[in-house]
Design a protein around this ligand. Sequence first.
Ligand SMILES: Nc1ncnc2c1ncn2[C@@H]1O[C@H](COP(=O)(O)OP(=O)(O)OP(=O)(O)O)[C@@H](O)[C@H]1O
Ligand SMILES: [Mg+2]
Length: 254
Amino acid sequence: MTTLTEHSSVPGGSTAAAAAAALNKTYGSGDTTVHALRNVDVTFEAGTFTAIMGPSGSGKSTLMHCLAGLDTADSGRIWIGGTEITALKDAELTRLRRDSVGFVFQSFNLVPTLTAEQNITLPVALANGKVDRPWLAEITDTLGLTGRLSHRPHELSGGQQQRVAVARALLTRPHVVFGDEPTGNLDSKSGAEVLSLLRRSTREMGQSIIMVTHDPVAASYADRVVLMNDGELVGELAQPTPESVLAALTKLGA
Ligand SMILES: Nc1ncnc2c1ncn2[C@@H]1O[C@H](COP(=O)(O)OP(=O)(O)OP(=O)(O)O)[C@@H](O)[C@H]1O
Ligand SMILES: [Mg+2]
């Protein structure tokens, strides 16, 4: 939990897991200018699971990277858990990212020479923190990893490796976990396992999750789908189903 200055003017209230206001980002200049984000206003409620969808090149990864403090916008404001990150100095941003943000990537990014448990606790070890053992036990039990903790990544299935990555993201109880196509490399059964666990972490642990995906079935595990097109937020769906997501994407020409 961060101890940085709190800001009360967060869109959607200070309980929002993450929020952006009037976010703009362009790449290049002149004729080759790409408006990756155009005046994006969005709020992600705490304890909810949101999927960001839209055609390739619509700005999904750019939005996620800016929200997570991995990339900077040209203008606009961003909040994570009540702290305006666009007002932070580099060192403060690094600390907030470490303490308040979790990531699950398409490639699991596990260290091959470390066991599953060592991979899960690595960010805490790197920050010279103390591992919350009961919480670790609860997460790994929930994720069905208890019997796998002494295995190295190559001794685990793809789904198990991604569950290790999810456990690593959840261990620090971040304000928000970001995933960019977290199930993109998994077969449908392993993908369903990981998505169910992400959903359960919102229900049972109060975790906030923001996930970019191209898959309407993956998006249907979320509470809400936010639709992007050409750098803009163009709509959203509550309680999405694979059918309602597919229909919305078809309308966008995705
Ligand atoms: N580093 C960069 N330099 C120049 N243009 C970029 C850069 N990164 C992204 N873009 C452009 O910004 C736009 C948005 O890209 P972004 O990666 O956010 O799209 P996306 O929705 O994540 O697409 P995909 O579904 O293919 O991952 C695209 O037109 C892309 O070409
Ligand atoms: Mg992308």
